[in-house]
Design a protein around this ligand. Structure first.
Ligand code: SF4
Ligand code: SF4
Length: 752
């Protein structure tokens, strides 16, 4: 028995460790196939990065979220067990040669034995729990809830996950059996801290002969090694088995994340770069790559992202596109890119890319074989219809997938290993728009309007100040009624919607009136304002974003004065998309401003007693988090605090709120595209809102106001909601309470 156990264990270990090591090196080389990142972009502030890695890893901060805390806790135990129980593998190798082997110095030390047993036992319970969660949530099958596409595991490679979980369970059981056998062999029959959990097993094995106990130890130690090595061999043969590889890859993926401070990859999009060098749009290099047109155009961090996906489906679970039956699932998108990049890798290792002939020649020189399948994979368009039998002509990502994204960031927010979906999606859009001129035709009208009139509706710049005429107090317009911006405290960035869209104009007027009541000095830019470029950038037209953004930055720097410090360049914005561009993206263009959202300013003014909500509004409301205010900029509390301070107003949260808020459907330039597939996202969101039984729906974004308002209007026409149902900005609610005489105006239905 002993000899067989030794031979089997050692042979399988040589194969297992060999394959594991070989594939680890392969993955490293594969990731290096990606483009460079800007110098220092992924390695700045190494101490902060390391601190964050430990915070995320030890605290499981992304997994242990509200509603999924137990799952996070169970995963934490398994993760810790994976590391700590490595010593039990070492012990098992020793036990093959001597049944009473223990690691020198610590092997018989009670704290070591105590911790080993407790962790093993809890790990068994935890992995059993996780298997239960997977079984309960599996997409289909006898006894499951048949969730189908609503299961977060839909599309995940289930056998791989069950295999990994089975391995952990098997190892845990072997450890406990070995502990029981060891205890019986050593005659430890009274309870002690050395055998705190396996004590009943020690007693169960008592009475067996010494040789039987030794043979069982050889057998179980060998079994433990075989199970461990079966895992090593399986993942060694599957470099794309990321459900297992994430145990190693998650560490670098988190360390190299976009934001050194540990923040999610939301807010600003990454500047467009080619080979790690930002593109100079006025004089781009001849060989500059505009966006991502082939999988090797992603940076090495992109390829690392794809290789790290755990297939957990948390992103898919939250995605508004997937939840309304669009073909986009952020998980399936990442998996498609992972599998394609892995399948194309031999071509790329042969010096490939788009030059197939050249690659084949190089491959011959390097003695690399490029079978037909790899060749066909290399020819696949990155973005193209998936509806074809011919592999070489089949797109990796379908255009309907690419254009369904609202860039809401729910996927990025949820991902436990910090994959940066939104940047990858926009990078692919950039290539489609700027090189292929391929994008939904309706968006073309918006782009033309931006080019011609600097606003998405194509309206005349002079119309930007028409809302001012409807107020009974003066609003200074810089360049017309105000020459020196230092005379006012805030520059109010009204935005295109706030200036030109009728429903959003109500927010603009309410906010201006509140500032007036509070005695805050402010001015607007009127016709000098242009679109910040947010929709152009999210659509992928980086060139147009640069044009609009640089124009705005030059204008703003002139308005504030080149030498004015950042803290004195105060801007307040009512549109979260403008807010995001001004605060997070304009620094990329040389524009540094102190930007706040109007809900933040209003909350401060109420706290300071400059605005006092007095008139009760006896209504139930539900507050909808705008994605670009909430997830992208972490402003969740101020709007809620304002609502809480209005007497009589009662906010009931929707089940998807705050970090898990559900998009209105307008982000990512989707506001200007037809929504032909699945259920409309704004309809889904209003369904959720109505389930809280509100009198009013409130939000803090002109896009959300329009999208939710459209859905409410349709319901009013269908007689499904009362005429009094409205969608209003938080500022409108506050004004109603602060200024009773304004009630009638502020309460005008926003959705009509
Ligand atoms: S950003 Fe939003 S819409 Fe786009 S893939 Fe992620 S969750 Fe889905
Ligand atoms: S949340 Fe992240 S790890 Fe999980 S499936 Fe989505 S991309 Fe993969």
């Amino acid at each position: 028995m002993q000899l067989a156990a030794i031979v089997v264990s050692l042979v399988i270990s040589v194969i297992g460790f060999g394959l594991l090591g070989r594939t680890a090196v392969y993955i490293y080389q594969f990731v290096k196939l990606g483009q460079s990142t800007a110098p220092g972009a992924r390695t700045n502030e190494p101490l902060e990065r390391t601190r964050n890695l430990f915070r995320e890893f030890l605290g499981h901060t992304r997994l242990a979220r509200k509603g999924k805390r137990w799952i996070g806790a169970m995963h934490w135990v398994v993760m810790v067990g994976f590391g700590l129980l490595f010593f039990t593998l070492v012990t098992a190798y020793g036990q093959l040669f001597s049944a009473d082997f223990a690691i020198p110095l610590i092997g018989r030390w009670w704290p070591f034995e105590f911790v080993t047993e407790v962790i093993s036992f809890v790990m068994i319970l935890a992995i059993a729990g996780l298997i239960g969660v997977r079984l309960r949530n599996r997409p289909a099958g006898a006894g499951s809830k048949e969730k189908g596409k609503r299961s977060r595991f839909f599309g995940s490679t289930m056998w791989q996950a069950y295999f990994v979980e089975g391995v952990i369970l098997g190892i845990g059981v072997c450890i406990m059996l070995l502990r029981g056998l060891e205890g019986a062999l050593g005659g430890h029959l009274s309870y002690s801290a050395h055998y705190p959990v396996s004590y009943p097993l020690v007693h169960a094995f008592d009475g067996m002969s010494t040789s039987s106990l030794e043979n069982w130890i050889y057998a179980v130690a060998a079994l433990k090694i075989v199970i461990s090595m079966a895992w090593a061999i399986t993942i060694g043969l599957n470099s794309t088995m990321s459900v297992a590889w994430h145990r190693f890859l998650a560490f670098p993926n988190i360390w190299f994340k976009k934001k050194a401070d540990g923040g999610t990859a939301l807010g600003a999009l990454s500047p467009m770069a080619s080979g790690g060098v930002p593109i100079d749009f006025e004089d781009p290099a001849e060989d500059a790559k505009f966006g991502v047109g082939a999988v090797e155009d992603f940076t090495w961090k992109g390829l690392l992202d794809f290789s790290t996906c755990t297939e957990c489906g948390r992103c898919q679970d939250q995605c508004p596109a997937w939840n309304t039956d669009k073909p986009l699932s952020p998980k399936l998108l990442v998996l498609a890119l992972r599998d394609h990049s892995a399948a194309k890798a031999p071509y790329l290792f042969a010096g490939g890319g788009k030059d197939l002939e050249g690659t084949e020649k190089l491959a011959e020189e390097k003695w690399l074989s490029l079978p037909d399948l790899v060749r066909a994979e290399a020819e696949r368009p990155l973005v193209g219809s998936v509806d074809t039998e011919d592999l070489a002509g089949r797109g990796v990502i379908d255009p309907d997938v690419l254009w369904s994204c609202t860039t809401c960031g729910a996927c990025v927010e949820q991902c436990p290993v910090d994959i940066e979906h939104v940047d990858h999606i926009v990078d692919m859009r950039r290539y489609q728009v700027m090189i292929e001129s391929s994008f939904p035709s309706e968006a073309g009208t918006m782009l033309k309007n931006l080019e011609k009139a600097q606003n998405p509706w194509g309206m005349q710049p002079k119309k930007r100040t028409e809302w001012i005429q409807e107020l009974d107090f003066e609003v200074p317009v810089f360049g017309e009624t105000l020459e020196d911006i230092s005379e006012v405290e805030y520059l109010y960035w009204v935005g295109c919607a706030g200036s030109l869209e009728d429903r959003a104009k109500k927010t603009t007027k309410a906010f201006a009136e509140l500032l007036h009541i509070a005695g805050v000095k402010f001015a607007v830019l009127g016709g000098m304002e242009s679109c910040t470029g947010d929709p152009a950038r999210r659509l992928g037209n980086e060139f147009l974003f640069q044009m609009l953004g640089q124009g705005n930055v030059e204008m703003l720097n002139e308005v504030f004065g080149e030498d004015t410090p950042r803290e004195k360049r105060k801007i307040v914005a009512t549109c979260p998309h403008c807010f995001n561009s001004l605060a997070n993206e304009y620094p990329q263009l040389g524009g540094e401003y102190d930007v706040i959202h109007h809900t933040q300013l209003l909350d401060t003014l109420v706290s300071e007693g400059k605005l006092t909500p007095v008139t009760p509004i006896d209504q139930n409301i539900t507050y909808h988090d705008p994605c670009y205010l909430g997830r992208h900029n972490k402003v969740y509390t101020p709007p809620r605090e304002i609502i809480a301070k209005v007497p009589g107003l009662k906010n009931t949260e929707m089940h998807r709120c705050k970090e898990k808020g559900f998009c209105c459907g307008a982000g990512g330039a989707r506001m200007w595209m037809e929504e032909r597939l699945g259920k409309r996202i704004n309809v889904e969101r209003v369904d959720e809102a109505l389930s809280t039984n509100p009198d009013v729906i409130s939000t803090a974004c002109p896009y959300c106001l329009v999208m939710l308002g459209d859905s409410i209007t349709a319901r009013k026409q269908a007689g499904e909601v009362p005429e009094s149902m409205e969608v209003v900005d938080v500022a409108q609610l506050l004004l109603t309470s602060v200024k009773p005489s304004a009630t009638a105006e502020a309460a005008e239905p926003a959705g009509v």
